[in-house]
Design a protein around this ligand. Structure first.
Ligand SMILES: CC(=O)SCCNC(=O)CCNC(=O)[C@H](O)C(C)(C)COP(=O)(O)OP(=O)(O)OC[C@H]1O[C@@H](n2cnc3c(N)ncnc32)[C@H](O)[C@@H]1OP(=O)(O)O
Ligand SMILES: CC(C)C(=O)C(=O)O
Ligand SMILES: [Mg+2]
Length: 536
């Protein structure tokens, strides 16, 4: 591959242009994020996310690429008309038609930006655009002038900047700055650069672009080598004062730099970076969850800052430390990024300290001998199940069979799929208090029907936000694990069911949630204190 190896002259400290300590957050979830396969959103979803981004405190929202389609135009126009605090930006090629369309889409914005881009690297100039260096400069300058005639705030991006010759990059940035651009973006379009290289480039540009003191330099890093956040931070360290990023790091190919990671790196390591954004970090988790829900794309559990495991601890040694002082194993507080308080997950790696703490929170105070018996049973159970839930613990504490924590148990189940779509299910449940209930329901498929039947029989609404079947063992008679997530009363309930029959696994998972809700209501009547991790 024809990789450029541009020289990397270094700027001396004396050459540097003074910069302020505000890093502008330019969010491109609705443009670069949305253009990646699997992440497209309809207009009303985009509007919803745009409002959430404004609430989050994003400085600039790239709302779309108005020339791309009538719907993209309409979404950008509606976002421009509705937002009042964030600048609304539209992406545009360096073509008169694109620029006019983008300006029209932004007409109603309180604060608007046209974002022009044109490739500058030799590979793109030669093979993609078929343009000489001079043609690239002339096209960019002409476009910036046209855009400035329609909008005061114009950003220019040199696409594939990180594989562009440094002196050509400085030349084109100087020219577009003269023509009226305000923000100069040097994107690592293909995620090729490294932190050292990107820092050298930004320092060099600040020293060598004519009029650099008037410009805001911007970084836009892709994650092809998993370096997007590190590269963005390195650019900020070298004077970039705008960072382009996306919620959950979604974006073209491996994605863009994750907004929540950059924001929290700058905040957690504040003395190191000495700059900050205006993001309300407590909105990070809700915004991340909203995006996942809108796109239907779940996050990996171990995703930094906003993943399910980011503030969860299962291993005994960590839990012991957390119970003494949470700074032992956490560098930021869950509540500061809007995540519900840290939780100790009980599983096969947990120890007695965490077990005792959770039992006490549930209202059980076993003596040392009894705790030892419960702990042995807990370890055996944990070897079979991935996570131990409160219902399991209560059953162990009460000496009941933890696989059937109740109060509802399935006595009979029947489900059938119908030939031209649809399915029905009927079941009989028995309650610990002796009641027996039989119910039937229809649904889009057998899983839907069985969940509806559990709802009717238990009287608990189960609005599903996620349903998955995982293979829990191997071979032809593999056990399936159904995982079912319900959002209710501003809480998330997660149920599990195991069976070789996936419909039965789904019924058990639905019953697991209905039982957990029923037990929670019973517990609240007993006024048991809520779980918490000891202070920092
Ligand atoms: C790095 C990035 O993320 S850039 C943004 C990428 N995002 C997208 O492409 C999503 C939206 N895109 C689209 O909907 C379509 O590509 C459209 C509507 C913009 C254009 O569609 P078409 O006119 O059919 O062109 P197509 O996409 O096939 O090819 C791109 C054309 O734009 C030209 N082009 C590419 N970048 C630029 C630019 N920055 N300035 C001017 N022209 C450009 C190409 O040379 C090519 O021109 P040609 O048609 O004269 O050969
Ligand atoms: C349009 C530009 C900024 C881009 O997305 C890229 O180069 O990655
Ligand atoms: Mg990009």
């Amino acid at each position: 591959m024809n990789q450029q190896n541009p020289t990397s002259p270094r700027a001396t400290d004396d050459d540097r242009v003074a910069v302020d300590d505000h890093v502008r957050v330019f969010d491109t979830t609705l443009r670069d994020g949305e253009q990646a396969p699997g992440f497209s959103m309809n207009r009303s979803q985009k509007i919803r996310l745009a409002h959430a981004l404004e609430e989050l405190g994003v400085d600039v929202i790239e709302a779309g690429f108005p020339q791309a389609s009538p719907d993209d135009f309409a979404a950008v126009a509606q976002i421009a008309g509705e937002l009042r605090r964030s600048t609304v930006c539209g992406l545009s090629r360096c073509l008169p038609g694109d620029i006019e369309t983008t300006a029209r889409a932004l007409e109603k914005a309180k604060s608007a930006r046209i974002h022009l881009f044109l490739s500058t690297s030799p590979l793109h100039r030669e093979h993609k655009l078929g343009m000489s260096k001079q043609q690239v400069i002339d096209t960019a300058v002409d476009a910036v002038r046209r855009a400035r005639a329609l909008c005061d705030d114009v950003e220019f991006s040199a696409e594939d900047a990180l594989r562009t010759e440094h002196d050509f990059l400085a030349e084109i940035f100087s020219a577009v700055l003269d023509a009226g651009a305000v923000t100069l973006n040097a994107p690592d379009t293909v995620g090729y650069t490294t932190p050292t290289e990107v820092a050298e480039l930004f320092a060099w540009l600040r020293a060598n672009v004519r009029g650099a003191e008037r410009a805001v330099f911007s970084a836009h890093c892709h994650d092809d080598l998993g370096l997007a956040v590190a590269n963005s931070l390195a650019a900020i360290g070298a004077g970039a004062r705008q960072v382009e990023c996306t919620i959950n790091g979604i974006g073209e190919r491996a994605g863009n730099a994750a907004l929540e990671e950059i924001v929290m790196a700058l905040r957690v390591r504040a003395p190191h970076y000495a700059v900050d954004t205006r993001i309300d970090a407590r909105r990070l988790y809700p915004t991340s969850r909203l995006l996942s829900r809108l796109t239907g794309q779940a996050l990996p559990r171990n995703k930094a800052v906003v993943g399910e495991n980011a503030f969860a601890h299962e291993s005994g040694i960590h839990q012991h430390g957390m119970l003494k002082h949470r700074g032992t194993y956490e560098i930021m507080r869950a509540e500061d990024v809007g995540v519900p308080p840290s939780r100790l997950v009980l599983g096969k790696h947990s120890g007695r300290h965490a077990l005792r703490q959770r039992l006490e929170e549930l209202g059980y105070t076993p003596d040392e001998d009894r705790l030892g018996v419960i702990f042995d049973a807990f370890k055996q159970l944990a070897d079979r199940k991935r996570e131990i839930h409160d219902g399991d613990l209560e059953a162990l504490a009460l000496g009941r069979d933890p696989d059937q924590p109740g109060p509802w148990r399935i006595e009979q189940l029947h489900a059938a799929s119908h030939l031209r779509g649809g399915a029905s299910a009927s079941l009989k449940l028995r309650h610990d208090d002796g009641r027996e209930v039989s119910e039937a329901a229809i649904g889009d498929g057998p899983v839907d029907a069985v969940v509806r039947a559990v709802e009717r029989a238990t009287g608990e609404a189960l609005p599903l936000t996620d349903f998955r079947i995982l293979s829990a063992s191997e071979g032809g008679d593999a056990q399936g694990q159904a995982v079912l997530v319900v959002d209710r009363e501003q809480r998330q309930w997660c149920g599990h069911g195991w069976s070789t029959d996936i419909v039965e696994a789904a019924a058990l998972a639905a019953l697991d949630v209905a039982n957990a809700i029923a037990r929670d209501h019973a517990r609240q009547t007993r006024k048991t204190p809520a779980a918490k991790v000891v202070n920092a």
